[in-house]
Every structure is written in C-alpha cells, then in structure tokens.
Design a protein around this ligand. Sequence first.
Ligand code: DX5
Ligand code: ZN
Length: 218
Amino acid sequence: MQHLIAPSLLSANFLNLEKDIEMINNSMADWFHVDVMDGHFVPNISFGFSIISQIKSIAKKPLDVHLMISEPDKYLEEFKKSGADILTVHYETCNHLHRTVNQIKKLGMKAGVVINPHVSVDLLKDILPEVDLALIMSVNPGFGGQSFIKSSYQRISRLKELIEQTNSKALIEVDGGVDISNVENLVNAGANVLVSGSAVFKAENPTDYIKQLKNLGK
Ligand code: DX5
Ligand code: ZN
C-alpha cells in the first residue's frame, strides 16, 4: 500500500484553526492527527473534547486521535462522541490493554496502541492481532518539533516482522520528527502512516509539503 500522511494539528495555528483544517481537507493528506495531552502522562497539556468536536464538524478526513493521557479508559466513550475515528492509547497507560482495545472497537472506532521510545516493540506481540494500528513514537511524547530518534528504524522493522508473524493487519504509524529527509527510510523500514506536525506547518507551502511527503518513498 502507499503510505498515508497524517498532519498533526498540534503545530497548527490555533488562532486560525479553520484555515489549517481546510488546508488539510484540500491537500493530499489522508488523516488528521489529533494529539491529546493531560499534563500527567506527558509534561504538556493540549486540548480536549470541545476542540475535537469542532475539528470534526469541518474535517473531511478521518480523525486519528492520539491519547497521551493517564487512565484513558475513563474517556473512551467521550472521544467517540467527540468524533474520533481512530483512537490510539499508550501501552504504558493501560493495565488491561486487551480490554481497552476491545472497548474502543466495540464503540465503533479503529483501535491503535502506541509505545514510547524506551519500550521494547516485542511487548506488543500478543496484542497485535487485536489492533488496527501500532504507533511507534520516534520522539518522547509531549511536544512537537523534536529531533527524530534514529533507533526508530530498527523498531519499525522489528514491528513489521512481528505483524507478519502474528498475521496481524495492523498498520505501522510513526510519530515525531518526521519530515521530507526521513520519509524514504521510514517507508523502506515498513512504515504505513506518517505523522508530521512542525515540518508541515512551518513549511512555506504546507499543501505542497504534504504532497512531497506523500510522493516520496513510493
Ligand atoms: C508528540 C506528538 C506528535 C507531534 C509531532 O508528542 O505525539 O504528534 O505533534 O510533531 P513533530 O512532527 O513536530 O515532531
Ligand atoms: Zn501524536
């Protein structure tokens, strides 16, 4: 499959969010990546339900919601109501990950699991057949604009092996420090979905930048 591009709204202009959403609607991007941070699991706070509902009201592409929050189980239904199409929870925040993943699917969303850079990819093996998406953090979560961690390439390749071994259909998503310099290597390693925040929104022409991200590594 050709890789998908999910621009992260964390780096959008919140004083003119509608303009940035329309830009993504009219670009070659595939999904909206929506980062939710609680100031507890990660040292930053972003936004919550009301903003997501408003994004949903004008977004013409699926909302890929990345939860960087403690105790995500408390809020799954609320994220569904707010318009999440894909809901991804951190491995590190779920004591009963199998239950959480199945609850997300039962609510009618695609389910994803994400791991921090220090966590062994092999720990995902048993949950892979249950999830639609597995996300490798290629920075420590919490902020946009950080440098890509190079060991992520090996982690993607290993995850791909595990997905094949377990007959999983999970897509491999990568988040953090993604720009036009590493797209080809990421796709070659096995990435299917690329999140890119600051590189897209800092570009002189974000629409054209998204096109480049989409067309590289084909
Ligand atoms: C980081 C977030 C990312 C962030 C990526 O914790 O999960 O989605 O927006 O931003 P860049 O592409 O700037 O690294
Ligand atoms: Zn993210």
